[in-house]
Design a protein around this ligand. Structure first.
Ligand code: NAD
Ligand code: UDX
Length: 460
């Protein structure tokens, strides 16, 4: 097999963009082209002002500055990039299906199939095709089938190389991964990909497995992580009625080295583009093999998460004398976690929807999320027109504009800057009693009470 000198990545999203930037940064001798059908996204990746990159990730601007126009290129010409590449990463979106068989659970593989057909149609020499997207176990077989049956007689080797980065810490996760996982059945193709990662990842952290284990491990890793969040969130409700404090419980159990301390932070519910989608997919796969007990077990993780989001909204309503009609509720944060502009499946969307059902006036401030994104998240719920949403939701660019005259503040994202606000001043500007509902346990209970807030935090 020839030396890998040119890599193409199809999909310039939250995974394709940062992942390829780091690979290019660490492999200056390999030309990397990231392509996307979305020309606005590609234009943003090419923007000379690095503040305009389409993905916000701490440290990403420096990596892009280093590699872009040297050996890292962003382009819309998918065919040319496929043609010239030795290795092609597929990093397109694999959302939950919204139609037909498996609607609401199975992964929608139409974008993956389109990529496979396009690669097959264009390729004139042998290629290694790498699954970077998160895919149902056994997708590689379908991919190989399409490539072999619609191609021009060239050889394709399919590898699975799922991505484990978390948003908000993508760059440090990529620079210093716990592990890199590569699944495949061709030793030479595997070695070609291992060599690229070896440029900066210690050998012992590069795991190779068979292709099905690799595909399944990605879904399982996300399921286990989400399960921890749902587990601690279930306990947070128990803490609230028993007088225990969920942070203290997390700390106490986290000291047990078998349990470990990470991912035990109670919250208003997990969001993000991966956890829910991947668990639903796992549930769907289990059901297709008639493993209904297995499917029911994992489905509970999602049900618990839905419960946590509505429970938080209900708590706001109940505490405010069972009516929020016309009351101004300031949302601090809209992103699904701090340090990202991503809002997919963010708990804030569902809490806002719940409060809008009760005719609350929601005022949103998020340091990184655009107005359009917030409105489009609410429109995509399909419950209200944009006009109706604009009647109930206002978006502001200054946090103090959000909290002024508010009946309540709800913290939906754990942005660090919220801790630094002048809460005494905020108290002065709010309606009384001044309620704070902390969905992230970001602020200090004792201090907030001392300042005279009616302060409620998850799990206390
Ligand atoms: P994304 O929606 O941000 O990006 C996907 C991009 O692919 C889009 O820009 C889209 O325009 C492009 N695309 C789709 N079909 C195309 C085609 N045929 N040709 C060219 N471009 C095409 O998605 P993402 O968050 O980067 O996720 C990509 C995959 O990685 C998913 O399978 C996801 O589950 C997985 N993943 C995501 C994360 C994460 O944190 N976001 C982490 C690990 C794994
Ligand atoms: C996740 C996985 O962590 C990552 O490995 C995978 O590649 C993609 O999916 P991501 O969704 O970007 O990453 O962020 P993550 O840090 O996992 O947080 C997911 C959600 O869980 C967020 O809404 C976060 O606020 C919430 N969370 C996380 C908690 O509520 N409590 C915790 O203790 C940890």
């Amino acid at each position: 097999m020839r030396e890998i000198t040119k890599i193409t990545c199809i999909g310039a999203g939250y995974v394709g963009g940062p992942t390829m930037s780091v690979i290019a940064h660490k492999n200056p001798n390999i030309k990397i082209t990231v392509v996307d059908l979305n020309s606005a996204r590609i234009a943003a990746w090419n923007d000379e002002n690095l503040a305009n990159l389409p993905v916000y990730e701490p440290g990403l601007d420096e990596i892009v500055r280093d590699a872009r126009h040297r050996n890292l290129f962003f382009d819309t010409d998918v065919e040319r990039a496929i043609d010239e590449a030795d290795m092609i990463f597929i990093s397109v979106n694999t959302p939950t299906k919204t139609y037909g068989k498996g609607k609401g659970q199975a992964a929608d593989l139409k974008y993956i199939e389109l990529c496979a057909r396009q690669i097959a149609a264009v390729a004139k020499d042998d290629k290694i095709v790498v699954e970077k997207s998160t895919l149902p176990v056994r997708t590689a077989a379908a991919l190989k089938n399409i490539l072999d049956n619609t191609g021009n007689g060239v050889n394709f080797h399919v590898l699975s190389n799922p991505e484990f980065l978390a948003e908000g810490t993508a760059v440090s996760d990529l620079l210093n991964p716990d592990r890199v996982l590569i699944g495949g059945d061709d030793e030479v193709a595997i070695e070609a990909l291992v060599k690229i990662y070896r440029s900066w990842v210690p050998e012992e952290r590069i795991l190779t497995t068979n292709i099905w284990s690799s595909e399944l491990s990605k879904l399982v890793a996300n399921a286990f992580l989400a399960q921890r969040v749902s587990s601690i969130n279930a306990i947070s409700e128990l803490c609230e009625v028993t007088g225990a404090n969920v942070d203290e419980v997390s700390r106490a159990i986290g000291y047990d080295s078998r349990i470990g301390s990470k991912f035990l932070k109670a919250s208003v519910g997990f969001g993000g583009s991966c956890f829910q989608k991947d668990i639903l997919n796992l549930v769907y796969i289990a059901r297709t093999y008639n493993l209904h007990t297995v499917a029911d077990y994992w489905e509970q993780v999602i049900l618990m998460n839905d419960h946590q989001k509505s429970r938080f909204a209900e708590k706001i309503i109940q505490t405010m004398y069972n009516t929020v009609n016309g009351k101004r509720i300031a949302f601090l944060g809209w992103a699904f976690k701090k340090d990202t502009n991503d809002t997919r499946e963010s708990a804030a969307i569902y809490v806002a929807d719940y409060l809008m059902d009760e005719e609350a006036q929601v005022v949103v401030y998020d340091p990184k999320v655009s107005d359009n994104q917030i409105y489009s998240d609410l429109v995509s719920l399909g419950t209200r027109s944009l006009e109706e949403i604009k009647r109930l939701v206002t978006i502001v660019n200054d946090p103090y504009d959000a909290v002024g005259d508010a009946h309540a503040v709800a913290i939906l994202t754990e942005w660090d800057e919220f801790k630094t606000y002048n809460w005494n001043k905020i108290k002065g500007e709010m309606k009384k009693p001044a309620f704070v509902f902390d969905g992230r346990k970001l602020l200090n209970n004792i201090e907030m009470n001392k300042l005279g807030f009616e302060y409620y935090a998850i799990g206390e």
